[in-house]
Write a protein that binds this ligand. Structure first.
Ligand SMILES: Nc1ncnc2c1ncn2[C@@H]1O[C@H](COP(=O)(O)OP(=O)(O)O)[C@@H](O)[C@H]1O
Ligand SMILES: [Mg+2]
Length: 252
């Protein structure tokens, strides 16, 4: 089968000559949950925004479902670090925003939007405004919004950073449930080693800027993942492995 994402020798140097990405080269299989793990400032967001078509690479090319990315694509859903909901729109109308922006018919998607809200356990809040929701609920709404137009690829940039530790674990489980039901390809950016291990099929470790992919490992923990697994030796072996690779990359 065709790879969902192909990142082919991609580099990014920002104007003013900040070299964020030296070279990235990797593929993501359809339905795979891949994490990009790396220290703050190494270029994770830069790489994700290039896959999303929101930022152009300086070198190399990116293909999504076999087609070169040359601008924002409708078959991609993005979840940012903060949920950025429009404060004057209800939860339901926020979820339906991509439908409007893509000029699709609202009536065709309203049912799906409500189903997603129900799956994310925020359906009781469909008619509320964002300020009436907790941080975790807002982020769930943002995930629904990223899924409403049924994109094949979900790109997530440290989506749970603003949440407390317990809500964060809960959201991870929710995300895995949604991923399992909807069979999306996910590229998930994080600086949390445990989060990367817990969620992923595979983890790529980025070196400090200018970034390359320094290390990669499959995570062969069984699915569905459960919180208990975080105490298992196998889980902690992966955490140790990744921590060592990050420390090796960080050393001057
Ligand atoms: N628009 C920009 N112009 C210049 N430099 C930038 C810009 N955006 C990010 N950078 C720099 O590129 C590097 C990588 O940033 P970023 O991709 O946001 O890292 P991360 O998401 O891993 O924290 C950082 O050194 C950052 O300062
Ligand atoms: Mg970032």
């Amino acid at each position: 089968m065709l790879d969902s994402v192909v990142v082919d020798g991609v580099g990014k140097t920002y104007a003013g000559s900040v070299e964020a990405i030296r070279e990235a080269r990797f593929r993501v299989a359809p339905g795979e949950f891949l994490s990009l793990l790396g220290p703050s400032g190494c270029g994770k967001s830069t790489l994700l925004m290039m896959i999303a078509g929101l930022l152009a690479p300086s070198r190399g090319s990116i293909r999504v479902d076999g087609v070169e990315v040359q601008g924002p694509r409708r078959d991609v859903g993005i979840v940012f670090q903060s949920p950025v909901l429009l404060p004057w729109r209800t939860v339901l109308d926020n979820v339906l925003l991509p439908v409007e922006m893509l000029r699709l018919r609202r009536t065709d998607y309203e049912r799906r939007a409500r189903d997603l809200l129900s799956m994310a356990k925020v359906d009781d809040f469909a008619a509320k405004l964002p300020h009436e929701l907790s941080g975790g609920m807002k982020q769930r709404v943002a995930i629904c919004r990223a899924l409403v137009h049924d994109p094949a690829l979900l790109l997530m940039d440290e989506p749970f950073n603003a949440l407390d530790a317990m809500t964060r674990d809960q959201m991870g489980l929710e995300l895995l449930r949604i991923w399992d039901v909807h069979k999306k390809t996910v590229v998930f950016v994080t600086h949390s080693i445990r989060e990367a291990v817990f969620l992923s099929d595979r983890v790529l470790v980025m070196t400090p800027r200018p970034a390359t992919i320094g290390f990669e490992t499959d995570v062969k923990l069984p699915r569905p993942r459960t919180m208990d697994m975080q105490e298992a030796d196998e889980f902690n072996r992966y955490v140790g492995l990744l921590r060592h690779s990050i420390e090796a990359g960080t050393r001057p």
